[in-house]
Design a protein around this ligand. Structure first.
Ligand code: FAD
Ligand code: NAD
Ligand code: ASC
Length: 491
């Protein structure tokens, strides 16, 4: 790679300049200190490519990248020093909105950019394209990184740019798992949702849809099926398991949500796999054939069958074989000095449960980004100690018969006690064999009640299961949990 070699040469001759202190070791990261606050960009076109040196490069312009950029700005280390290389045409946004406000029917004020750029989802500033400019952050749009060379510390983008980095943060997230093309996974009318372009395409299909088939009973399946109800569409969900949200919900909790969806007209086909999707005479999807031979008609299909971490082209940095993703330590450092990974793509030590995990949820994207950049820019060596937090909100559009919003904190292990049945609340408590409360789920709580959940899941108090089982209401059950917390504190 002649241009990369040229880039490396140019980089080292620049870095030997007396005005530059080079690659200080900080929090395990190689930090290039420049005397000037402006970036150094050597535009000596080598082999037709721009030859550009950057101090900090973030690859991926998604949720985690937006929060990382904010932390760079907070430390006064963004201006002229930070470059974000993005595959998407817009600055980072709060991805959760894509299956929530974005899918509201046209007359119910759907969310659109620039309304939900990061960091509005956590009450922060709305970082528009202007915000990046004003803060001196270079963002390369629609120009994904296609090659990586750790030896020369260079990246190549799809347009052929060669970027030399001092420190690199990989935040490439996940991509939607797809049905194979040979069974109709790419037919017109078949949708996957990961980015704004996908959501736009789905919105345009919903506008003329009659029958929607949602494949997958996870997060995307539940959120998109609820959204389709808002458009008054005939909606069916099909999935291989015997209940929805199998990764988190107990069968009994799932049943309550399934009943609610059915009251909204959604049909469920459980324990079923797709054999193929078939096209009508116009070439657009018209039906799904299930493995048992039955046929479900649909003019719009939404596939939500999970996501895969985007590790390419960074495999050489070290992929975790068990959970996938780029392996990092508790400071988000990969095996290569100066290279970090955050968000969905990072396989990190989940300290409180003593296991390596990947977490595909936005709270971790935000917190891992902040923790990583703090490590990179300060002398912080505090291990990331994450408490898993998942949530969803559906039927939120104006005029819906009832809104649904739940939160879960902790680990869904052990036996469960469930209280309430959309009256309007539901709570589920996961309790291990030592009677410790490990995980807690709450539907339709007040903000005060929701704020109790992380305290419970973090302290894991000993709890009297029989008292919880006897609770007359969700409020009572939460009070019992709260008092177990108090007695744990007083021991
Ligand atoms: C539709 C949807 C709804 C969701 N709702 C919720 C929710 O309600 N609650 C919740 O907790 N979580 C939710 N999530 C999960 C949450 O959005 C993710 O955990 C979060 O976005 C992860 O942030 P990230 O930056 O790691 O990845 P992403 O936000 O996916 O960003 C990764 C970015 O990297 C880009 N990229 C990939 N490869 C390259 C490359 N080679 N070069 C340059 N750029 C590249 C991608 O295009 C993307 O822009 C949802 C996810 C989806 C898809
Ligand atoms: N509220 C949230 O946190 C939220 C909302 C939307 C999306 N997301 C994220 O987006 C990503 C994708 O979500 P998702 O719902 O696709 O993943 P998921 O893992 O939540 O659900 C996948 C579901 O697909 C089904 N499935 C798996 N293989 C199948 C197959 N071959 N045929 C039919 N069904 C199959 C199963 O029912 C499984 O529950 C995940 O990272 C998820 O965390 C999160
Ligand atoms: O975390 C989130 O961010 C967006 C939205 O709040 C941004 O305005 C959304 O729908 C979430 O669930």
């Amino acid at each position: 790679m002649a241009s990369a070699a040229a880039a490396a040469q140019c980089f080292s001759s620049y870095s030997s300049s007396p005005a530059t202190r080079f690659l200080r070791q900080r929090g395990g990261a190689r930090v290039l200190q420049l005397s000037s606050r402006r970036s150094f960009c050597v535009s000596a076109a080598a082999g037709g490519f721009d030859n550009q040196n950057r101090e900090y490069v973030i690859v991926g312009g998604g949720n985690a990248a937006g929060y990382a950029a904010r932390t760079f700005v907070e430390h006064g280390m963004a201006d002229g020093r930070l470059c974000i290389v993005s595959k998407e045409p817009v600055p980072p946004y709060e991805r959760p909105a894509l299956t929530k406000g974005y899918l509201f029917p046209p007359d119910k004020k759907p969310a659109r950019l620039p309304g939900f750029h990061t960091c509005v989802g956590s009450g922060g500033q709305r970082q528009t394209a202007e915000w990046y400019k004003e803060n001196g952050i270079e963002v390369l749009y629609e120009d994904p990184v296609v090659a990586f060379d750790g030896k020369t510390q260079t990246l190549k983008t799809s347009s052929g740019k060669i970027l030399k980095y001092g420190s690199l943060i990989i935040s490439t997230g996940c991509e939607a798992s797809r049905l194979p093309e040979k069974i109709g996974g790419k037919l017109p009318g078949v949708h996957y949702i990961r980015d704004v372009a996908d959501a736009d395409s789905l919105v345009s299909s919903l506008g003329s849809a009659k029958k929607v088939l949602v494949i997958g009973g996870g997060y995307i399946g539940m959120e998109v099926a609820a959204a389709a109800c808002g458009w008054n569409l005939d909606t069916t969900i099909v999935f291989p398991e015997d209940h929805i949200m199998p990764r988190l919900f107990t069968p009994s909790l799932a049943k309550k949500y399934e009943d609610l969806y059915q009251q909204n007209g959604v049909k469920f086909i459980k324990g079923a796999l797709i054999d193929k999707l078939e096209a009508g005479s116009d070439g657009r999807v018209s039906s799904a054939v299930l493995k048992d031979g039955s046929v479900v008609e649909a003019d719009t299909v939404v596939v939500g069958i999970g996501a895969k971490p985007v590790v390419g082209p960074f495999e050489a940095v070290g992929v975790n074989r068990e959970v996938g993703g780029i392996e990092v330590d508790s400071l988000f450092r990969t095996s290569v000095p100066g290279i970090f990974a955050i968000g969905d793509v990072a396989a990190f030590p989940l300290k409180m449960y003593n296991r390596i995990a990947r977490v595909e949820h936005v709270d971790h994207a935000r917190k891992s980004a902040h923790h990583c950049v703090e490590t990179l820019l300060t002398s912080q060596t505090k291990a990331y100690d994450y408490l898993p937090y998942f949530y969803s909100r559906v039927f939120e559009y104006e005029g819906s018969s009832r809104k649904v919003w739940w939160q879960f904190y902790g680990d869904n292990v052990g036996e469960t006690v469930e209280v309430g049945n959309f009256d309007p609340k539901i709570a589920t408590f996961w309790i291990d064999s030592d009677s410790r409360l490990k995980g807690v789920f709450l539907e339709s709580g007040t903000s005060e009640e929701f704020s109790l959940l992380p305290q419970l899941a973090k302290s894991q108090p000993i709890i009297d299961k029989s008292k919880l089982q006897a609770a007359a209401s969700v409020e009572d059950a939460l009070e019992i949990a709260r008092s177990s917390l108090q007695s744990a504190a007083s021991v």
